[in-house]
Design a protein around this ligand. Structure first.
Ligand code: PLP
Length: 400
């Protein structure tokens, strides 16, 4: 008798996980993994933030019971999320026009939003930037949508192809869902200016598009409020929109899976109906969210002292990434490399599209034990004062 799994095919390997396996198997002690999507400190370690540690110690001492949470998560957590995204003095929040549900990381928030959108408008198409975080397409396709892309990155200027993007937005059918990176675009590091965001808001309004803002790196570019510029611009527009957010990066809580889905509606009364539907999606997926990570975030954000400490630590991560960007530009220049890499210092967030070709990335691996994604994306937060010059020399060598 044959197994019910006899005909199952092996799914394609995740390219980043494959990279990590190859890196772990590399015996060279000078090896560097620039393929990761996490923030490392100058010692190459994932930090446990002091504010998080303090909140955790208090929580462990209190030893609270572990009952079920509300389907949408606790109000204290959801309000804290809303204040970060929309600003605590937001008119929308005062009017009850935002609903928020705790989610299993930013990915979980996207999935709840996608599943709900599929119920709301099953015929809609979803548009993602070209290129985008590699899970966006798969996630919306898994929710049953046809996913297409809109022009975004301009390899020539290493910035945003804004004319191309606008042209594509202007071709979308009303009701189309447009997935936008709220800040620190992954994988390119190329963000829109405030003026460009205002234009995108206008087009979404004119064409009746449904914006879905993915905010995975709030605080990693310019600061908590500065990085919320897109959310604030859409908030001022009167449009309804979706926002997924994540504390994986800015609280360094990757494995705790802490995020949220927020939906902006037209009225308080509408919010109640929408929340009831979002809760239905959550209930049939995993019932209600886990406690621990969300409780730590809520505790930090509710305490004046811990919040100030968190903001300082977040600024420290942001400043270190910026220092590595500037440092890499200078160190490449110092090798006498003919190619100009100054654009790396202009890009924002954790990543840069370096323009390195797949062949050059391969040489970095073979000759130097430096691992990167074949698209040429590198994680600046994997650089540190010890490996910076080595990486700069390798980039100069392979681009000669
Ligand atoms: N969205 C973008 C653009 C990301 O880069 C990431 C993580 O890399 C996520 C969402 C998912 O975040 P989380 O790990 O919180 O699920």
């Amino acid at each position: 008798s044959s197994s019910i799994f006899a005909a199952v095919e092996m799914a394609p390997r995740d390219p980043i996980l494959g990279l990590n396996e190859a890196f772990n198997g590399d015996a060279r002690d000078t090896k560097v993994n620039l393929g990761v999507g996490v923030y490392f400190d100058d010692n190459g370690k994932i930090p446990l933030l002091a504010a998080v540690k303090a909140a955790e110690e208090t929580r462990l001492k209190a030893a609270p019971p572990r009952g079920y949470q509300p389907i949408e998560g606790p109000a204290a957590y959801n309000t804290a999320v809303q204040n970060l995204l929309f600003g605590k003095d937001s008119d929308l929040l005062a009017a009850g026009r935002v609903i928020t549900a705790q989610a299993i990381g930013g990915t979980g928030a996207l999935k709840i939003g996608a599943d709900y959108l599929k119920r709301l408008n099953p015929e809609a198409k979803v548009y993602i930037s070209n290129p985008s975080w590699e899970n966006h397409r798969a996630l919306f396709e898994a929710a049953g949508f046809i996913v297409e892309d809109y022009a975004y990155y301009d390899a020539g200027t290493r910035g945003v192809n804004f004319a191309g993007m606008k042209a594509d937005l202007n071709k979308m059918a009303p009701g189309s869902v447009v997935l936008l990176h709220a800040c620190c675009h992954n994988p390119t590091g190329a963000d829109m200016s405030d003026a460009q965001w205002a234009e995108v808001v206008g087009i979404c309004q004119e064409r009746g598009l449904v914006p879905f803002l993915d905010m995975a790196y709030q605080g990693f570019a310019d600061g908590i409020d500065a990085d919320a510029v897109a959310i604030r611009a859409f908030s001022a527009s009167g449009l309804q929109f979706f926002a997924s957010s994540s504390f994986s990066k800015n609280f360094s809580l990757y494995g705790e899976r802490v995020g949220a889905l927020s939906v902006v509606t037209a009225s308080k009364e509408e919010s109640a109906r929408v929340l009831s539907q979002v809760k239905r999606v959550i209930r049939t997926n995993y019932s209600n969210p886990p406690i621990h990570g969300g409780a730590l975030v809520a505790a930090v954000l509710a305490s004046g002292e811990l919040r100030a400490q968190w903001e300082t630590e977040l600024a420290g991560m942001r400043d270190r990434i910026r220092a590595m960007r500037a440092g890499l530009v200078d160190a490449i220049k110092a090798t006498g490399c003919a190619q100009d890499f100054s654009f790396v210092a202009q890009q924002r967030g954790m990543f840069s599209y370096t323009g390195l070709t797949a062949a050059q990335v391969e040489r970095m691996k073979e000759e130097f034990g430096i691992y990167a994604v074949s698209t040429g994306r590198i994680c600046l937060a994997a650089l540190n004062t010890k490996n910076l010059d080595y990486v700069a020399k390798a980039i100069a060598a392979v681009t000669k």
